[in-house]
Ligand binder design. Structure first.
Ligand code: FRU
Length: 581
């Protein structure tokens, strides 16, 4: 951290004037790179107008410290170093703590201070994150944009944050890519590479589509001619409007067969499909949704992709539909439909089936990378749930993404399902294999040490052959008595994960939960578990089921206790890898 001045200093770099009625103006007399704003998460939102040489250049909402400072967020003033900056605050009392806690500084400290900061999952440097946005691959770089509040660790002030990676694992944080404007804040969307310059913005432009969230929701675009480092908003935004209130999250892709761009977006409880030749002018083609799948809440963040069916030469189309609330265990979740798409209409081949992509509580806003190499469909999800996303016990940052997953299709009992396999890049994180042998479980079998130096970031791979057990279970636990209980219930044909005693759970009464995924009939089971500081992702049979759950243990889980009920089973292989970056 740099050296700070406050208005108590002899030569105050700013002056605070209270105007009555909850309004105050702060005149910045000696600008520095940042004005650091003190945040108290339980405070109400104040409104801040950033005024440069008498003009409002930015408005935002901020939960200013009234009685205590939880953390700071930086307001970047570097563009105005030779101008006069005044900050006009509304809805904040004259005696609030913030007036003596504001700081001007040339630095903002983003070093990791938190127990629950994941080691190998993407999380924002600071501030709030929700949906992954605009994922696109170009020239060796995976771009990940995301719903971001740079002015607090709770939802608000939506910007597109930005990071890039060459391997889907190591991420470099880049400055905010798209910031709110007169049309609204910047909600979710997608990006494509316009290889043939159909838009006229330039061959190879990255064109991003997002929802401008003002009083009403409209769709806008911005483009980048420097591989995503800077974006220019299209001057004729918005490009798509509607009278529907929830009208958002455009996903755009190139449809080879018809030679057109397709845009799919969520409108209330349906998806609408549009086509275009130039990415700017869109024609409505069809709508999909009524009478299909789960409708417990609004439909959001769609995707439409063609995927190969394993073991065949066939492909089918998959419509990914995120839904909030109305997930199988409450709150937000990702459902999908399998069928055909002819460039105009998506036809669901199983109109009576509801299919879930992940059976945990914390897998939402899932979409895939555009233009991924080798025809891969790589998905990533926001690893949280709107039921409690704002309340999880972190402060400097809030939320992480799932690990990347490669998608494909498989057929079981005549139905086609989505398979979400951990992307092969995850293998590179593995440390040395620690083989724990093979053993029979008739009552219990304990493993006292998962890893010698356990930092709480590891993968467990196990293979199980059932003999005659009714329940095949194991608890992962620590010395504090915190545990995750996982078990296959063969009679019910389900795999369960119980996090009710997993650590810190009391921040929301919706957090403690038991989730269940259907399993296929058989005697042999293969399970991969990815454990990070605050999450468990389970993949059964290479991704034929996936289950993603947050957990907040106060110490790493470092023991495993296998148990059997109603019979016995064999663990034929158990391997632990520490996952290192
Ligand atoms: C989904 C969502 C989107 C919206 C964004 C706003 O989590 O509600 O529909 O664009 O979040 O942050």
């Amino acid at each position: 951290m740099g050296i700070f001045f406050s208005c108590k200093a002899a030569n105050p770099p700013y002056t605070v004037k209270h105007l009555g009625d909850g309004q105050s103006i702060v005149q910045v007399d000696q600008p520095k790179k940042y004005m650091l704003l003190p945040i108290e998460e339980t405070s109400g939102e104040s409104r801040l107008f950033v005024i440069v040489d008498n003009d409002v250049v930015q408005t935002l909402h901020v939960r200013l410290a009234v009685t205590k400072t939880d953390y700071y967020v930086p307001l970047d003033l570097s563009a105005y170093s030779d101008k006069h900056v005044a900050l006009n605050f509304h809805h904040i009392a004259d005696d609030a703590l913030c007036w003596t806690e504001l700081k001007l500084s040339d630095e903002f400290d983003t070093s990791n201070r938190e127990t629950f900061r994941p080691a190998y999952h993407f999380s924002p440097l600071y501030g709030w994150m929700n949906d992954p946005n605009g994922m696109v691959y170009k020239d060796g770089e995976y771009h990940l944009f995301y719903q971001h509040n740079p002015y607090g660790s709770m939802w608000g002030n939506m910007h597109w944050g930005h990071a890039i990676s060459r391997d889907l694992i190591n991420w470099e944080h880049l400055p905010v890519a798209i910031a709110p404007d007169g049309l609204g804040t910047i909600f979710s969307g997608s990006a494509v590479v316009d290889k043939d310059n159909t838009s006229g913005f330039g061959a190879g432009a990255i064109v991003a589509f997002y929802t401008s969230a003002g009083e009403r929701q409209t769709q806008s675009l911005a483009y980048s001619l420097d591989n995503g480092r800077t974006f220019k908003k299209y001057e004729r935004n918005p490009i798509l409007t509607s009278t529907v209130r929830d009208f958002r999250d455009p996903k755009v892709f190139w449809h080879e067969q018809t030679g057109k761009w397709i845009l799919i977006l969520a409108a209330g409880q349906e998806m609408q499909i549009y086509s275009s030749a130039n990415l700017k002018d869109w024609t409505m083609e069809s709508r999909f949704g009524e009478g299909h799948g789960a409708h417990g809440g609004v439909w959001e963040c769609p995707d439409l992709i063609e995927l190969p069916i394993e073991g065949t030469e066939l492909k089918k189309w998959v419509l990914i539909c995120n839904l909030n609330p109305g997930g199988p265990f409450g709150g937000s979740a990702t459902q999908y439909f399998v069928g055909t798409f002819d460039g105009k209409t998506f036809v669901n081949e199983s109109p009576t089936a509801t299919k879930w992509m992940d059976w945990g509580r914390d897998h939402y806003a899932t979409v895939t990378w555009s233009n991924a190499p080798d025809n891969r469909s790589i998905a990533i999800a926001w690893m949280s749930n709107w039921d409690y996303a704002n309340d999880v016990p972190t402060q400097q940052f809030r939320a992480a993404n799932s690990i990347p997953r490669d998608l494909s299709l498989y057929t079981y009992n005549g139905e086609t399902y989505l398979k979400s396999s951990p992307s092969p890049e995850m293998l590179a994180l593995r440390g040395k294999a620690q083989k724990k042998g093979s053993f029979k479980v008739d009552r219990t079998y304990n493993l006292d040490k998962v890893l010698a130096d356990n930092t709480g970031t590891y993968e467990i791979e196990m293979e199980i052959t059932n003999r005659d057990a009714e329940i095949i279970g194991f608890q992962l636990f620590n010395t504090k008595g915190e545990e995750i209980d996982c078990y296959y219930n063969l009679a019910e044909g389900k795999f369960f994960m119980d996090r009710t005693k997993s650590g810190i759970v009391s921040f929301s009464d919706k957090f403690p939960s038991i989730t269940a995924a259907p399993i296929e009939k058989g005697k042999n089971f293969k399970l991969r578990l990815f454990i990070d500081k605050a999450s468990v992702e389970a993949f059964g049979e290479d991704g034929r089921f996936a289950m993603t759950n947050l957990v907040f243990p106060t110490e790493p889980y470092n023991r495993i206790s296998f148990y059997a009920k109603g019979g016995t089973y064999n663990v034929t292989s158990l391997v632990v890898y520490s996952l290192i970056q």
